[in-house]
Design a protein. Structure first.
Length: 425
């Protein structure tokens, strides 16, 4: 046969017949079942999981990846990240990133954050705003999807929305003669709110993020309160425009003042919620909304902010275990979210978040589900990601040891596959 014809035929065969891979799992945690399974094989064709079988049923033509001495899990999902941010305990850290780093420079750093997330085992992230880097998250997502850089599957929210004067960089800390750049898109009034949502979606936002409250404080009876940023008319306009466009709304809301507003408007997720009360939990359940606790970040910033004279985060951190336990007991849906970027990507693995959940009352399996099947539900991607099952995307990780015995094992991921492609082995 003509040599070139042969090469062509092999090439066509490779294109038409996807390679079959079999991952032999010592222990398999599929993201949905309550119990791990032993000695199962995941059969992968192309970027999809074809089936889960016994070792004896592995197809002969399959390339074997032997993880029979490891625990295999679905690729993890972090529902709250900022790949374009590199730590912000206080304005000392935040402001220079916006003032001194160009958006191309921040995007280069962001590409490293994306790589870190993937190598940590997070094959999907919901990135909740660029902190002044405009639509650079859409570019990072595009670069990942086009295989220009390695990174997780991204759901992006672009610029986020807050009301005029209520977000960093704060006007009063700089000369009033200067127009300070803002970490968000500012709006005043329902029409501007609708315009911002429409603009962000037109540039590629998958989610809309709002900052629902600010100015957190504690009352004499020890409850946490804050100031809502939006008028009802504004927040309803944001939510209506978002939902009518088939998108979802994520609300940064720390106390009841922001949480109840956001839930009543139609938010699908409450971010942080450190100061929530039982009424908030009940409404979250009634509205079928999710809570992203971001425990790692509040622990990260509490001490530094207290030293600067702002003890509220430290106070919230102290009461958070009780709030978490109560929410768990009531049945609030808790989706894993870290706020990575709020802490330094290179210093703390996102999987640190699991330890807080387990310390505060979740079983290890519940914690794992929060970052797999429950997170996928929040993203409206059940059956596609966050589970190892027939037809799901081949997003798979492996670790040494048993995370059910020691959740910290998840901080050392040894194998990462995303979309059927191996990134770490
Ligand atoms: Zn955040």
């Amino acid at each position: 046969m003509n040599y070139f014809l042969l090469v062509l035929l092999i090439f066509i065969q490779q294109m038409v017949i996807p390679q079959t891979i079999a991952i032999k799992c010592g222990e398999l945690i599929d993201g949905k079942s309550d119990q791990p399974q032993l000695n199962k094989a995941i059969i992968i064709e192309g970027n999809l999981i074809k089936e889960i079988t016994d070792f004896s049923a592995i197809p002969r033509n399959a390339t074997i990846i032997d993880m029979s001495n490891k625990t295999v899990l679905p690729g993890l999902i972090d529902c709250h990240t900022h790949v374009l941010l590199q730590g912000d305990v206080t304005a000392e850290e935040y402001d220079p990133q916006i003032l001194k780093e160009s958006i191309p420079y921040r995007t280069l750093r962001g590409s490293v954050s994306c790589q870190i997330a993937l190598m940590n085992g997070f094959t999907t992230i919901r990135d909740l705003e660029t902190e002044g880097a405009m639509y650079a998250d859409v570019d990072l997502k595009k670069a990942i999807n086009n295989a220009v850089i390695p990174g997780p599957r991204m759901f992006v929210s672009t610029r986020a929305i807050n009301t005029t004067g209520h977000y960093s960089l704060s006007n009063y800390e700089y000369s009033w003669e200067l127009h300070m750049p803002k970490g968000i898109q500012e709006i005043t009034g329902a029409d501007e709110a609708r315009r911002a949502v429409r603009e962000q979606i037109s540039y590629g936002a998958d989610w809309i993020k709002i900052y629902a409250d600010r100015g957190y404080y504690r009352t004499p009876d020890s409850s946490f309160r804050s100031r809502p940023n939006f008028t009802i008319e504004e927040i309803e306009a944001v939510a209506d425009e978002t939902i009518r466009s088939g998108k979802f709304l994520a609300a940064h809301a720390v106390t009841r003042d922001g949480i109840l507003y956001s839930l009543n408007a139609g938010a699908r997720s409450i971010e942080h919620g450190f100061g929530m009360d039982e009424e908030c939990m009940d409404l979250m359940i009634k509205k079928n909304a999710y809570w992203c606790p971001t425990a790692t970040v509040i622990d990260y910033v509490a001490e530094g902010r207290a030293k600067e004279g702002n003890p509220i985060n430290a106070q919230m951190l102290r009461s958070l275990p009780g709030i978490f336990k109560k929410a768990l007991q009531k049945g609030v849906k808790i989706a894993f979210g870290t706020d990575a970027g709020g802490f330094d990507w290179s210093k703390i693995p996102q999987s640190r978040e699991f330890s807080y959940y387990v310390q505060w009352g979740m079983t290890a399996m519940q914690a794992i589900k929060s970052a797999t099947s429950v997170a996928a539900e929040l993203l409206n991607k059940s059956g596609q990601i966050g589970e190892i099952s027939k037809g799901a995307m081949a997003d798979i990780i492996a670790i040494d040891g048993d995370p059910i015995q020691d959740i910290k094992r998840l901080e050392k991921v040894v194998f990462v596959m995303k979309d059927g492609k191996i990134y770490k082995n």
